[in-house]
Structures are given as C-alpha cells and as structure tokens.
Design a protein around this ligand. Sequence first.
Ligand SMILES: [Zn+2]
Length: 74
Amino acid sequence: MRVRRASGDAPGTAVTFRGRGLATRTGGRLLLLVCPHCSQRNGRRGTERGVCEWCAYEPSPDDIELVGETAQQA
Ligand SMILES: [Zn+2]
C-alpha cells in the first residue's frame, strides 16, 4: 500500500469533487466537510457518513480530486 503525502503531516488527504466541496480522505474513510452540491458546511453526523446533511447528496468516488495534486513535492 502506497502512502501519498499531499499536505505534510495532515491527518488525512484533502480532496474535492471536481473542484467543488471539500472532504478529507483518511484510512479508507471519506469525511465530507463541505457539500459539492449545495456548498453548505456539513454537520458532524453527515461528515462521518460522507453524506450531506442538508441536501442528502452523496458524492461519487469518481468525482474525487486530490487537492494540490498539481503541486507535488519531491
Ligand atoms: Zn448538500
């Protein structure tokens, strides 16, 4: 298993969904922080479930993009 550091010692990897919303991927789990559909900051329960508490949107894994993927460091 490869570990890729996107942002130093961050506990998880910050990701967006095609450039929208914000989530953290950590240990195979996806914590949805900001919904890419309605742009609301997610509630705690929704964050852990990976589903927006406001509009019930569940982001597709296919839409995940790593934040800072273009700014790789050696
Ligand atoms: Zn939403």
